[in-house]
Design a protein around this ligand. Structure first.
Ligand SMILES: *Cc1c(COP(=O)(O)O)cnc(C)c1O
Length: 420
């Protein structure tokens, strides 16, 4: 019995070691955290498309305007270390993360760009901010004083640590009011070890073409300019100021100031109403390509008679005798339950409907009576054209009454990212 156990442990160890590999794309090394999976449900990351998109964004900027790429949430599900390395290679000056750990991960991978922390964190994380040279956003007395105390404990000499001032010009999230910007900047620069290195604000409706929304964005911008003036009036250099997200980068050339913060467009999707068609109509040709393709394989083909129901809740009943393909992917992978009914997948260039509810780990696709689908055939769920997919994350988003951002960031760690 114990010999059997030892043998099992021994072979398991060999298997784990064998699987412990890292992938290489061009001269970019990406270390996978654990074992290499052979699972067929996976995401292919087209790194050339990522490169293309960053270059397309750079073309939209006036000379001297800095670019910040949002790599938060593991680059919207696309692998933040890969994105950061490509961005850095292309001369991008800033990366934006949402958590301190996301920033630390980039530093461990050797990223040297400036890293901006877009969300707030707690004092227990402050030392990690200093250790990793991450630029936080501050905007009120309590947080500035607390952060400043930690800086006093951390820094022994007279070094100054960069922080940015967040201004709430209408987003209704973080930031001080524009009229408070001056006093907050004074508070920052009065501290022993902090220095104001930039200011930012965030637009709430820059992705809409509705008249009121356009007006609201213009008003937010004017408020931000006022906040910058208020800081200057105190004799303080406002540093690198940014307000434009993806939508504003493409639709509001006059709001770039000295830096823009690009997120979704990096990954190949247009933000809401600022579509490719709209941009063409205003004489802007920006050629973004989706970066991520979600795929799986047919792991069984079954025959179902007319009248047989499919999946939980019996929401679909076969209307005729038909073949059904079983796919090993479900909502625990990020294929959201609300994509069905309506979701179609592509097999050998043809689209087939998902039938019944998407389960946690599996879903079923109707092939019909006459089809050429074979066992193990590749199934394309969404992705760029060259992946073989006919849907994009945007189409899935509209089925699920959400946005491409959520479709992309919903993919879980069970989906291996394979970089090509
Ligand atoms: C996520 C984020 C961005 C990028 O937004 P996109 O719409 O994806 O371009 C920019 N700024 C802030 C503060 C953000 O949180």
């Amino acid at each position: 019995m114990s010999i059997l156990l030892l043998t099992v442990v021994f072979y398991n160890n060999i298997l784990i070691k064998k699987c412990y590999k890292h992938k290489i794309t061009k001269n970019i090394k990406i270390y996978s955290e654990g074992k290499k999976m052979n699972r067929c449900s996976k995401a292919i990351i087209y790194s050339e498309n990522l490169r293309n998109n960053i270059k397309e964004i750079q073309k939209c900027l006036k000379p001297g305007t800095k670019l910040c790429i949002a790599v938060k949430a593991d680059s919207y599900g696309h692998n933040s270390v890969l994105t950061a390395k490509i961005a850095q290679e292309l001369g991008v000056e800033f990366l934006a993360v949402a958590t301190v750990e996301e920033g630390a991960e980039l530093r461990r991978a050797g990223i040297t760009c400036n890293i901006l922390l877009l969300s707030l964190c707690i004092p227990e994380e402050y030392n990690q901010i200093f250790e990793n040279n991450i630029t936080p956003l501050l905007f009120n007395k309590e947080n500035i004083e607390c952060f400043s105390q930690y800086a006093d404990n951390y820094f022994k000499g007279n070094e100054k640590f960069n922080v940015q001032l967040a201004v709430d010009t209408g987003m209704g999230r973080i930031g001080c009011y524009p009229e408070e910007a001056g006093e907050q900047a004074v508070l920052i620069n009065k501290s022993n070890h902090l220095v104001l290195s930039g200011m930012c604000t965030h637009f709430a409706v820059a992705d809409s073409l509705n008249k009121d929304c356009i007006e609201f964005t213009k008003n937010q911008y004017a408020n931000f300019v006022q906040a910058i003036e208020n800081v200057k009036k105190e004799g303080i250099d406002p540093g690198i100021c940014s307000c434009s997200n993806s939508a504003a980068i493409m639709n509001n050339d006059d709001m770039h100031i000295n830096m823009v913060r690009a997120g979704i467009i990096t990954y190949g999707y247009y933000p809401d109403e600022i579509t490719k068609e709209y941009l063409k109509s205003v004489n802007k040709n920006i050629n973004l390509k989706p970066v991520l393709a979600l795929e799986t394989q047919v792991v069984a083909i079954r025959h179902f008679p007319k009248g047989k129901s499919i999946s939980y809740g019996r929401t679909y009943t076969c209307t005729e005798d038909t073949d059904i393909a079983i796919l090993p992917i479900g909502y625990a992978d990020g294929l959201l339950r609300r994509f069905s009914p309506g979701l179609t997948v592509t097999i050998n260039g043809k689209q087939y409907p998902v039938r019944g509810r998407i389960c946690m780990d599996q879903c079923m696709v109707e092939l019909g009576k006459n089809h050429d689908v074979k066992l193990w055939d590749k199934v394309h769920i969404f992705g760029p054209e060259e992946s073989g997919a006919k849907n994009t994350a945007e189409e899935l988003a509209s089925l699920g009454k959400t946005i491409s951002y959520e479709v992309l960031t919903s993919l879980t760690k069970r989906i291996e990212r394979v970089i090509i």
